[in-house]
Design a protein around this ligand. Structure first.
Ligand code: ADP
Ligand code: MG
Length: 282
């Protein structure tokens, strides 16, 4: 690490991360730094490795780290078991949430909260926390007695992911395509739920395909990911350039050379080197 390394102030530092799945390299040297209070958006074509990054951050055993490191609050995140990561405040909203027939949302949330706190949560307190969040996310109270994601619509699943985030109160929230499959009203509600979670001590990494999410959420940094690497980082205008031109203009044409985004403003080209080459433009 260099002298100006933001390692101490940063919530999350992903440094030259290489990940393989079943022998195939998916992430090929990813660098990303998220500071507390920031919202970062990660965009990229299907198969570029966005979900791979999110699973790796949460500790999915299938994703092998072959090089690089991840520091979370200055600590080696990759050496921690998934439940230890959750206890320290790391949260992942899944792109494809799993159904758990037989487990009600109420029991699931209470167990999850107990798990991250390491102590029981008084019923009264739990009810109070959940009630407030249900209301703001437009989720009927009756959902608490339904089985987790069992028979839920796409939009309902995504709201439940945000409900979990709101109840668990993480320091780092990774939201993997929480906006996909939502109609315009659900999108607005979910975006408002995410905005309500913005806080000076919290970092949010929002993975999305759609610029439309940015009509509601104003990120600090937008990253474009192609083929296992972040190829460009900049402000919200970068998402607009993507919308206009697609990802083609962002594909490296030859090793070590990145094409111009064609966008205005503060887009920052990201080098291939190690270290914290991704910075906020604000
Ligand atoms: P994105 O979320 O950007 O669409 P993913 O991270 O889901 O991309 O996938 C990146 C690549 O890794 C794809 O080629 C995908 O097929 C592969 N991949 C991801 N997870 C697995 C897995 N569990 N087994 C095999 N291949 C996988
Ligand atoms: Mg994905």
């Amino acid at each position: 690490m260099t002298k100006e390394s933001p390692i101490n102030q940063s919530l999350l530092v992903v440094d030259n991360l290489h990940i393989a799945v079943e022998g195939k390299e998916i992430l090929k040297g990813l660098n990303l730094t998220v500071k507390a209070g920031e919202v970062h958006v990660l965009m990229g074509p299907n198969g570029s490795g966005k979900s791979t990054l999110s699973f790796c951050l949460m500790g999915h055993p299938k994703y092998q780290v072959t090089a690089g490191r991840v520091l979370y609050k200055g600590e080696d995140l990759l050496s921690l078991a998934p439940n230890e990561r959750a206890k320290r405040g790391v949260f992942l909203a899944f792109q494809y949430p799993t159904a758990i027939p037989g487990v009600t949302i109420a029991n699931f949330l209470r167990a999850a909260l107990r798990g991250v706190r390491g102590a029981d949560v008084p019923v009264k307190e739990f009810r109070q926390v959940v009630k407030t969040q249900l209301k703001s996310l437009g989720i009927p109270d009756a959902f608490m007695n339904r089985y987790v994601n069992d028979g839920f619509s796409g939009g309902e699943k995504k709201r439940i992911e945000i409900l979990q985030m709101a109840v668990l109160n993480p320091s780092l929230a990774v939201l993997d395509e929480t906006d996909s499959g939502l109609d315009i009203d659900a999108l607005k509600t979910v975006a408002e739920g995410i905005n309500a979670q913005r806080a000076p001590e919290r970092g949010i990494l929002l993975i999305t395909h759609y610029q439309r999410m940015l009509n509601y959420i104003k990120p600090d940094v937008v990253h474009v990911m192609v083929d296992g690497r972040i190829v460009r980082s900049g402000g919200p205008e970068l998402a607009l350039a993507l919308e206009a031109k697609g990802y083609e203009g962002f594909r490296p044409t030859e090793p070590g050379h990145l094409p111009e985004a064609g966008g205005r403003g503060s887009a920052v080209a990201v080098g291939e080197g190690r270290g914290n080459s991704v910075r906020s433009s604000s």
